[in-house]
Design a protein around this ligand. Structure first.
Ligand SMILES: [Zn+2]
Length: 103
């Protein structure tokens, strides 16, 4: 029993490390089933705005978002995996848009 637990623990740790690594490599957000994407400017986290999806890609039978139009200037914004957000630098200050739940 003791040995089995050890193997199980080892397995769990490996899975955890694997998932973490995979997330670091690609954490591109999935397109919500209804296709509506809402973002929030991280500098102004009170307003939620709908963003236009410009480009998607199919990954593991699901759609992931490649680029979104900036809600302010319409500039195509690519996903930034380091910030885990879409970033626009075309209008004024750097704007960081985090994806939020609809409704
Ligand atoms: Zn912009």
């Amino acid at each position: 029993m003791g040995r089995r637990q050890t193997m199980m623990e080892k397995y769990k740790q490996q899975m955890k490390a694997y998932r973490k690594k995979r997330m670091q490599l690609d954490n591109t957000p999935f397109l919500p089933p209804d296709g509506n994407v809402y973002v929030m400017n991280s500098r102004d986290a009170t307003k939620k705005v709908k963003a236009e999806v410009l480009k998607t890609r199919t990954k593991q039978h699901r759609e992931v978002i490649i680029s979104l139009a900036c809600p302010v200037c319409g500039n195509p914004m690519d996903w930034d995996s380091k910030w885990e957000a879409f970033i626009c630098v075309k209008h004024g200050k750097k704007a960081i848009y985090e994806m939020v739940e609809g409704t």
